[in-house]
Ligand binder design. Structure first.
Ligand SMILES: Cc1ncc(COP(=O)(O)O)c(C=O)c1O
Length: 402
């Protein structure tokens, strides 16, 4: 799971390259930096890995989402559809644009349910944001088909699923635009950081300019004389983060291999338990295997299983009561409490409709989460430990369902 488990010599070496030049800024200082452009190099290696024409690095996965939404033309009053099981950042980024998040249910993939998506479309829908939760891909083919029929754009929140794929395409590079997070807990980390990928030159141009105060990055003039056609903000990644990102990206094939191994040992054990349902992965899709996810027949089973394995010192997560990942528990969203007065952006003059969120807004999602148990896949777990953990989990599941 998290790249921080493998921080070491390669990261130190890359960071030292930057410290040796003394230039921590990603732009400018052509003479002093001795050809070292770590963020640029990271972007180029990242777009190669994902298979998109462009990648643009920013300060976090949350800012990547905001910059991507702005670049896709989202403005105050627009509706953006996303799932109610995600990290709250997906909703916050939509609200930061003055837009209205419209929540849809998840299905057995733990990601956007395409049937509910169709029901939630409206003439105000601007963008659809599926989230690849807990390493596993969303039903991208169905979601893209629905979007294409309506002329809508798709932004993949891939913060949690670097290295997954659908039909051979890496998650994040399937829709019109994709975003990633490199925070402390992600598959690869830069401490804090994020990336936007796209094949569309206009989206890339807007992202690159918006995230740097509108600078057009004209290579023929110095920074002070660069042009600007609109006001932006500062979401720039710095060279130290770029250096760590490059080293971490180099480790990604090994990270994915260890995740595959540890995940398959635990998943195979759980698969042997009648009554346990594994999380669905769409046809021709590849899970990035950051977490093993499975459902019990009833919520009461999940509670009992959780108690049993926690007492053995095994980490298991139950998301039903998690404060940060399920809309039903976001009392600040339910109360429409933003940092702006007058409940902006939920009211007039920008939004003339009525939207309400409540703890019961997504009953199907609540049901899936109540029955769900998630086991994080650690890179530090040895083959032997993985076998032992798998055995204990299987035994606890047998006892729970006896
Ligand atoms: C699905 C999802 N989207 C967005 C983010 C935000 O990323 P960051 O923490 O880098 O801002 C996260 C982080 O946990 C996430 O899980």
């Amino acid at each position: 799971m998290p790249g921080f488990e493998l921080i070491g010599d390669r990261e130190r070496e890359q960071v030292n390259d930057v410290l040796d030049t003394g230039i921590l800024f990603r732009y400018e200082f052509p003479n002093e930096r001795k050809g070292i452009y770590k963020v640029k190099e990271f972007e180029s290696a990242f777009s190669k890995f994902v298979g998109t024409r462009f990648a643009h690095a920013v300060t976090s996965g949350t800012s990547a989402l905001k910059v991507a939404l702005v670049s896709l033309g989202v403005k105050p009053g627009d509706e953006v559809i996303t799932q109610g099981f995600t990290f709250v950042a997906t909703f916050e980024a939509i609200i930061e644009c003055g837009a209205i998040p419209v929540p849809v249910e998840i299905d057995d993939t733990l990601n956007m349910d395409p049937r509910d998506l169709e029901d939630k479309l409206s003439p105000r829908t601007k963008v659809i944001v599926p989230v690849h939760m807990l390493g596993g891909p969303a039903r991208m083919l169905e979601i893209k088909e629905i979007a294409e029929k309506r002329g809508l754009r798709v932004l993949e929140d891939t913060a949690q699923a670097l290295g997954g794929s659908v039909n051979g395409k890496i998650t994040g590079g399937i829709g019109d635009c994709g975003t990633y997070s490199f925070d402390f807990y992600k598959t690869i980390t830069t401490g804090e950081g994020g990336m936007i990928v796209t094949n569309d030159p206009q989206i890339y141009k807007t992202a690159s300019e918006y995230s740097d105060h509108g600078h057009d990055h004209n290579p023929d003039v110095g920074r002070a004389l660069e042009g600007r056609s609109f006001l932006g903000f500062n979401y720039r990644m710095n060279e130290l983060q770029g250096a760590v990102g490059l080293a971490q990206l180099g480790r990604l094939p090994d990270i994915l291999k260890i995740q595959d191994r540890n995940h398959s040992i635990i998943a195979e054990a759980m698969n042997q338990v009648t009554g346990v349902q594994m999380r669905a992965i769409p046809e021709n899709a590849r899970d990035s295997h950051t977490h093993v996810c499975f459902f019990f027949p009833e919520g009461a089973h999940a509670i009992e299983f959780h108690k049993k394995v926690s007492s053995k010192g095994i980490t298991a997560i139950s998301f039903k009561n998690n404060l940060w990942h399920f809309l039903g528990n976001w009392e600040h969203l339910i109360g429409m409490k933003t940092a702006w007065p007058g409940e902006f952006p939920f009211g007039k003059p920008y939004y003339n409709e009525k939207i309400q969120y409540s703890s019961d807004t997504l009953p199907a999602t609540a049901k899936w989460l109540e029955r769900l148990i998630v086991i994080p896949v650690s890179l530090r777990t040895t083959l032997e430990d993985a076998g032992r953990i798998a055995g204990e989990l299987r035994q606890a599941a047998f006892e729970t369902l006896r």
